[in-house]
Design a protein around this ligand. Structure first.
Ligand SMILES: [Zn+2]
Length: 419
């Protein structure tokens, strides 16, 4: 990752600029590098009409839109044998430890960078995430390197049992906006199909996200408050007595530096794990394992959208609270939960999230991204020919693929919401 003034970003990250009175106010730009001598980011404007114009901008006028990292496919390192677990959880997409040897406590199971990094706790988070998904979908359909595999990995992630109302509302708004802006008509049935499609994509982000720390300083701007989705980690299911915890590599923060592997997530054994055991994480706070059954279930249902039926919960439901409970300390850096959609994020460790005005994409920008998202193919082609949106997406995908050689940094794994 590239270290800027206070925030670290992968090359190719898409941001939105706030520059009132300037022609690119509200436009998307692609992060290229940080100029430490001038204390500014070098970015390239993304809209075709700007002809890839480069700008030097202060960090304060930038807001995270999304980052796509198809390199997460090639940089993923498995250190232990993992087998798919078709029976795990409600989604059936977890992992079982393979091989024949017991894995000792502290052993590294795998390492992986994020697949997506998107805003969290912002008014625009769902629109930004939909735009990220569309960009990946379009890039995959164009056959850009790594994108078809990345899209498949994302689409293969599970969705929590309970769909939050705010996600449903956001999906409906996205579809309605697109219909309106395209001047198209759509039957009730077809509209419902499209709303479902958008809702599934948004829920896939919502159900599989981990808090991603992209700043080394405590007063990070909310403009960069982010969460990440991972190919493997996002598939690990919750248990109130987990056997796995995740940690993130963090490099010393130095503005202008480019740090490889910064932000790579590492999964380790929290205790000895036997072959055939399911890998599990605790999605809640460190002391969740010591909570009473009802409090745990209420918390996980509220924050993560599922009724926990892990081994501990089932045993306590059957036998009462006499089951040995691991202490909070044993859960180490286990994931904690993300915020409910549309609300302020739960602060990460000692981090203070400063409330700053959130920028919004221009209407035109929003429409172009969204219009292509779901309309029948003839409308997509028409929209693409007019707006050049495909070309824009292509530029971003190329830029993001470069990040495989220049990353290093942050992700902190907290907060995820999946059964
Ligand atoms: Zn449980």
């Amino acid at each position: 990752m590239i270290h800027g003034e206070r925030t670290r970003l992968h090359p190719g990250t898409v941001c939105i600029l706030s520059a009132p009175g300037r022609p690119f106010d509200g436009d998307m730009c692609v992060v290229e590098k940080y100029d430490s001598a001038r204390s500014k980011w070098q970015v390239r404007l993304r809209a075709p009409e700007h002809n890839s114009k480069q700008l030097l901008v202060p960090e304060a006028v930038m807001r995270l839109a999304f980052c796509i990292l198809p390199s997460s496919i090639t940089l993923l390192k498995r250190h232990a044998a993992l087998r798919d677990d078709a029976m795990q959880g409600s989604c059936g997409r977890g992992f079982i430890l393979g091989g024949t040897d017991i894995i000792e406590k502290g052993t590294v199971l795998y390492e992986e960078p994020p697949l997506f990094i998107t805003p969290t706790g912002t008014p625009n988070q769902h629109n930004d995430r939909w735009r990220a998904y569309l960009t990946m979908s379009m890039s995959a359909s164009e056959g850009q390197i790594g994108m078809p595999e990345a899209l498949k990995a994302f689409d293969d992630l599970g969705i929590a049992d309970r769909v939050q109302d705010s996600v449903t509302a956001a999906a409906a708004n996205i579809v309605n906006d697109a219909i309106r802006s395209a001047g198209a008509s759509m039957s009730v049935g077809e509209r419902e199909v499209q709303v479902q499609r958008v809702r599934d994509a948004l829920m896939r982000f919502q159900s599989n996200q981990f808090r991603f720390e992209n700043s080394a300083v405590p007063d990070q701007s909310a403009n960069f408050s982010a969460s990440a989705v991972f190919i493997l980690t996002s598939r690990l299911n919750h248990a109130c007595q987990p056997n796995t915890f995740v940690d993130t590599k963090k490099a010393h923060f130095f503005p202008g530096s480019i740090v490889k592997d910064d932000g790579i997530l590492t999964a380790k054994a929290l205790r000895p794990i036997e072959p055939g055991e399911r890998l599990t994480l605790c999605y809640g706070p460190k002391d969740l394992p010591s909570w009473p059954l009802q409090r745990r279930r209420e918390y996980l249902l509220e924050k993560n959208g599922f009724l926990c039926c892990c081994a501990l919960c089932v045993a306590e439901e059957r036998d009462g609270p006499s089951v040995v409970v691991r202490t909070g300390a044993e859960t180490g850096a286990a994931a904690s939960v993300t915020e409910a959609p549309g609300t302020a994020p739960i602060p990460v460790t000692a981090q203070t999230v400063t409330a700053t005005p959130t920028l919004t994409p221009t209407l035109e920008d929003k429409e172009e991204a969204i219009r292509r998202s779901f309309l029948p193919s003839f409308l997509q082609e028409k929209a693409g020919a007019r707006t050049g949106a495909v070309a824009g997406a292509s530029v971003v995908a190329k830029a993001t693929s470069r990040s495989k050689s220049g990353s290093k940094s942050t992700s902190s794994s907290e907060g995820r919401t999946r059964a």
